[in-house]
Design a protein around this ligand. Structure first.
Ligand code: IPM
Ligand code: MG
Length: 358
């Protein structure tokens, strides 16, 4: 089995390095191979997703991804920006199902910006459709004024679009995930305004007929954004489109204290996948040994469970993370009075030690 390691930009290389150390101490027989991606690949090869990186990702059984993006690439044309690397990987590998759990670890209840009683025990699973919607809809572009002058640009447009099979397959993923949890799905849409999401709701209802044991309700996205901060524990599995899922998953992540804690898995129909922290490349703190590596380490655990059939190793990592939090170690993002502040490397070392001892 081969794991492709794509650290990317900003804090990517620091946090991925810690996850790789955890992988190594597990002593499983996996081959790993690293490649550049994002801004780092653009600087070295002139493209954020070079062919060699894409081929490596396609040939691997799983991909461990750090993060991409840096303000210094803001002026580049869209097709060369670092973000195109992750969008290209999702599209080429057909990673349509994105799992973003938002779990509030009991040790971190006080790191949340919400009152502790609102988030204690929180455990939500956001299932975000990842290869459709306005992210990938055609046509898109900018319309120039008749004389073609950029300053005279008249409008810009993107197309929101979902096909029936795209909605059906993410619906199945969500209902099946709910069967392993509390059997409740909330589908988030904007059916009151958008054709695309009226269709989304209709197809959700149709597919739901095959899952009579699962409860389905529907919520408009604006209301869902409000309910997430009002009473987040009312949610269990949330299924939504690419764009709403992008926004709501950041919101849900923050409820748990820090986006630095949240892993994610992006899977295709064969359960091959890309695993990455839910957060970005945070160039402002890159290279300072302060980023939280736990989201990436927990993403490795998801990889072992979903794509590499090693549930025991996954559980070992998760238990090690709990133990390290229990011992009071905190990176800056989750630090609070009475706990011990540590850097990226020290946090990684603590998890490695706890995995070894288990
Ligand atoms: C995410 C990110 C990406 C997205 C960016 C980096 C393209 O925000 O994974 O949530 O919008 O999907
Ligand atoms: Mg996002």
């Amino acid at each position: 089995m081969k794991i492709a390691i794509l650290p990317g930009d900003g804090i990517g290389s620091e946090i991925v390095a810690e996850a790789v150390r955890v992988l190594e101490v597990l002593d499983l027989r996996f081959e790993t191979e690293s490649a550049l991606v994002g801004g780092a690949a653009y600087e070295a090869h002139g493209h954020p997703l070079p062919d060699s990186t894409l081929k490596l990702a396609q040939s691997a059984d799983a991909v461990l991804f750090g993060a991409v993006g840096d303000w210094k690439f803001d002026a580049l044309e869209r097709s060369l920006r670092p973000e195109q690397a992750i969008l290209g990987l999702r599209k080429h590998l057909q990673l349509f199902a994105n799992f973003r759990p938002a779990i509030c670890h009991p040790q971190l209840t006080h790191a949340s910006s919400l009152k502790p009683e609102l988030v204690a025990g929180l455990d939500i699973l956001i299932v975000r459709e990842l290869t459709g919607d306005i992210y990938f809809g055609q046509p898109r572009g900018r319309r120039l004024s008749p004389d073609g002058a950029f300053e005279g640009q008249q409008e810009a447009f993107d197309t929101m679009r979902y096909s029936r099979p795209e909605i059906e397959r993410i619906a199945h993923v969500a209902f099946q995930a709910a069967r392993k949890r509390s059997k409740r799905v909330t589908s988030v849409d904007k059916a009151n305004v958008l054709e695309t999401f009226q269709f989304w709701r209709d197809v959700m209802i149709e597919v739901h007929a095959q899952y009579p044991d699962v409860e389905l309700d529907h919520m408009y996205v604006d209301n869902a954004a409000m309910q997430l901060v009002k009473a987040p524990k009312k949610f269990d599995v949330v299924v939504t489109g690419n764009m709403f899922g992008d926004i709501l998953s950041d919101e849900a992540a923050m409820l748990t204290g820090s986006i630095g804690m949240l892993p994610s898995a992006s899977l295709n129909a064969a359960n091959r996948g890309l695993y990455e922290p839910s957060h970005g490349s945070a160039p402002d703190i890159a290279g300072k040994n302060i980023a939280n590596p736990l989201a990436t380490i927990l993403s490795l655990a998801m990889m072992l469970r979903f794509s590499l059939n090693q549930p025991e190793a996954a559980a070992r990592i998760e238990a090690a993370v709990t133990q390290v939090l229990e011992s009071g170690l905190r990176t800056a993002d989750i630090w609070s009075e009475g706990t011990q502040r540590v850097g990226t490397r020290e946090m990684g070392s603590a998890v490695v030690a706890a995995v070894k001892a288990a």
